[in-house]
Design a protein around this ligand. Structure first.
Ligand SMILES: CC(C)(COP(=O)(O)OP(=O)(O)OC[C@H]1O[C@@H](n2cnc3c(N)ncnc32)[C@H](O)[C@@H]1OP(=O)(O)O)[C@@H](O)C(=O)NCCC(=O)NCCS
Length: 161
């Protein structure tokens, strides 16, 4: 059980904390430019731990909204607090917020090898609707390209969450 968990919209003032989170927690880090762009052009939510005197960001979700669809671009949770329901709660915060903006469908793409994330999405009711062969490059830190892997496309009608 984690004490003092809160969820809120993110802003550009969170840039440094999100860069650190991304670098430590994302197997495919986005880096400063992409994160800055996401904070300025997309919808962003963070998970914080701690009280009013000291809070730290342990999760980030960024998503685009186009007409009645919202697409998850990235969700990442600090490894030290995984498997405690934070990603699930963050995705519910996203879905409830975009539902207020007349979004009726959530979309996402995920690497076929990312079984943890796929399990998370399925547990929320997402259904696989497609597969893009050779969509992602497989890279490992410090190593040359290893090949390519498929992207799985998932959707969820929002009223089902
Ligand atoms: C995927 C990720 C966001 C999940 O975060 P999390 O906070 O640990 O997830 P939750 O605790 O909310 O998990 C909810 C459910 O999802 C499933 N799940 C999550 N991680 C899983 C894993 N590693 N293996 C199997 N199932 C998993 C389980 O059904 C879990 O419920 P349970 O713990 O009761 O079994 C996190 O592992 C992460 O940041 N990974 C690196 C970034 C990434 O791959 N993001 C997704 C692609 S954009």
């Amino acid at each position: 059980m984690i004490p003092s968990v809160s969820f809120r919209l993110a802003s550009l003032s969170d840039l440094t904390a999100i860069i650190q989170l991304d670098a430590l927690s994302n197997p495919h880090p986005w880096g400063e430019n992409l994160i800055s762009d996401a904070l300025q052009t997309r919808k962003n939510w963070v998970v914080e731990l701690g009280d009013v005197t000291q809070k730290s960001i342990v999760g980030w979700l960024t998503a685009s909204v186009v007409l009645d669809q919202s697409e998850l671009e990235l969700i990442v949770i600090d490894p030290s607090v995984r498997r405690q329901g934070l990603a699930r709660q963050l995705m519910i915060a996203w879905s409830e917020a975009v539902a207020q903006q007349d979004v009726s469908e959530l979309l996402l793409e995920v690497r076929e090898s990312n079984l943890g994330a796929i399990s998370l999405y399925k547990s929320l009711g997402f259904e696989q609707v497609g597969r893009r062969k050779n969509y992602y490059q497989i890279e490992k830190k410090g190593q040359a390209e290893q090949g390519r892997e498929a992207a799985c496309l998932f959707t969820l009608k929002i009223e089902r969450l």
